[in-house]
Design a protein around this ligand. Sequence first.
Ligand code: PRP
Length: 258
Amino acid sequence: MTTITLALSKGRIFDETLPLLQAAGIEVLEDPERSRKLIIATSRTNVRVVIVRATDVPTYVEYGGADLGVTGLDTLIEHSASWGATGLYQPLDLQIARCRVSVAVRADFDYATAVRQGSRLKVATKYVNIARDFFAAKGVHVDLIKLYGSMELAPLTGLADAIVDLVSTGNTLKANQLVEVERIMDISSRLVVNQASLKLKQPAIRGLIDRGYLDQVLISHDICYRSRLVRWGGACTGTRKCRVALGRARAVTAVFRR
Ligand code: PRP
């Protein structure tokens, strides 16, 4: 029997992937918030879940530690900018864990003037590639400060003028007297597939994922990947075939299959 390993991170992505799995008749047998186990069995004997840090999901899938994974577009963009994405089919948009990457500043910081006058902005973020590309496209000079968490603290302590971070409800910004001044991109989570697994475990993986969906994404991947547009989550301006494929892929919502 071929075992399929699915990499998930704890928190929102795990919580929002569960209903998709349940819809496919797959129950995850333990709650990772309560258990210290890192490999969790499911009600389907050939499907198991590994719990990894969010930023490690693309790495596990790319190098075959997992066959499939669910990861945010933000994480995928940062991963592919740093390492390339050679062993990974991406991205199938699951339309879950939706949020945005935004620029935020202290309420009393005059961002519009700073940007207009060509001041050099100090920007703290863990999304250095997204931030670099965004400000470069605007022609704004930035000094990027890489942080790994609690970015909201940076403008409050004088470490940075601005942050680039995920915003969902906006409550964290509000609680820290920060305001969102620019929305960089919308984020949702993607299903990523290891290329070798797709070949070697084809029937099992196709048995798990809606066949039509996967076919469409493989078409779009092949075309988009060559043009590097796939990095930006399928905002494709490429060939007509590609646009049609992406359009169809978006229309399919049932991803995991009974
Ligand atoms: C993210 C982000 C913000 C928060 C925003 O952190 O870094 O701190 O969510 O959510 P809100 O707009 O609903 O308040 P997350 O909880 O994912 O943890 P992290 O700091 O480890 O990234």
